[in-house]
Design a protein around this ligand. Structure first.
Ligand code: SF4
Length: 76
């Protein structure tokens, strides 16, 4: 299995990735909403039910289904 993306990974830090969307920095991201989750993001590439999944921005690493980063975009 692929390694989980670490929040301290430089690329994760650059996008303010958190494994738990509820821990996002709302001062920095006032539009953040706890309902915004990786598994509901347009860049999520795994099944909606997977606990960990691939993200188009983090090749070779898995992000948390309930995670979030500043590139979150609503699935259309
Ligand atoms: Fe999660 Fe979307 Fe950010 Fe990828 S781009 S880490 S799926 S919020």
């Amino acid at each position: 299995a692929q390694a989980r993306l670490d929040e301290k990974d430089p690329q994760a830090v650059a996008l303010s990735y958190v494994a738990d969307s509820a821990k996002a920095d709302v001062k920095k991201f006032p539009k953040h909403d706890n309902a915004q989750l990786c598994n509901g993001c347009a860049l999520w590439q795994s099944k909606p039910t997977d606990a960990q999944g691939n993200c188009a921005l983090f090749a070779g690493k898995q992000v948390n289904a309930k995670g979030w980063c500043s590139a979150w975009a609503r699935k259309v």
